[in-house]
Write a new protein. Sequence first.
Length: 430
Amino acid sequence: MTAAEASGVPGPAAAAGGAGPGAPTGSHAGADSPWWSDALSDPWRDPAAPAAVVVTPTASDVPALDPAPGPSARGVRSGLGLVVLVSVITALLAGALGGTLGFVFASRGGLGRGPDLGAANPAPLTQRPPESLAGVVKKVLPSVITVKSPAGGGTSLGSGFIVSSDGYAITNDHVVAGASGATMVTFSDGTTVPAKVVGSDPESDVAVLKLDGPKLTPIQFGDSDSTQVGDPVLAIGSPLALANTVTYGIVSAVDRPIAAGEAGGPTRYYAAIQTDAAVNHGNSGGPLVDAAGRVIGINAVIKSLAADQDQAGNVGLAFAIPINQAKRLAQDIVDTGKARRTVIGAEIEAAYRSPSGGVRLQAVSAGGPAANGGLRAGDVLTRVGGAPLEEPGDLIALVRKYAPGTNVSVEYTRDGARRNAQVVLAADGK
């Protein structure tokens, strides 16, 4: 027994509810006790001070917490479905609006509508008028041929055109000269037939062929004497073996004296029609036609900047034999087998050159055209038929333009005085 118990005075433990030192921590005197139950066993407390008791309830005494108020799961799902529905409807409306605006812009050309380009409802060009360039080509092309002749271990290729329904055709002499085998011609539709060389005039560069073929279409002849500078022309042929090629240009000059030839071959003379229509190797012998599709010349020579003839190409300087001259020579070949050459009956001084131009006569044949016209050796001829003379070959080229028997005017100087004469040209008699 302790001192407190012996004296009969209740100790602190008794006042606190009778709990002794061995009482478990956390016990309490009552539900309303303000004292901490664990203070009773605190060895450092002041025994005279009252002890506040903190009561820690057991887990079984803690009431369950009520859930926080909020929307139900059904309410959440209902709200999310509404959002999705609104989004889908909005997307559909936006797509419909975009499609409508796109159609409007496409049909009206957009917001900033400008003028319509091109004419409305253009008429189809299924048919070209006969007088159009396409109409002229359609008319002429069936008369044009490609000419191939084996020569020198290779093939000479040129062009030509049909001049009679029974099969006569014209080409250049240099296309068929030296042929070592059968000459073949190809029509514009691709049909190929053999051809025979009837005859030719090397110095005039005209040759006549005879061929057989179905439905031969002869070309229509024009008048080269009435051709004027500036007239539109078409060159048709097989340049560089490209058959049925058509080029377009104008007449650049008339009565252009040409003296041309290959090394070792004859010199060819004619008063050419000059054109800027593109002409290349293979065009030789093909027709130069006017705007009505009438042949006015035979494409024969080009001028080029290339030193090598094989590398020469078009530079806008091409020359054609006037068809009046070529037709006359071809008719002679068909009728007699050879062509007549037109001469003036005089020899030219080849070395003569003068700053003022002209050609000087070295000799005049007695009884010939020049002598009969009053010309003499030493006279300097300046014009023939109104065309000026600059080089010795010019006189030969211009004289051969005319048919034998033609009366031409000749301007000349003698002893410094200008004179005029009328000369009736003749055939050379060969």
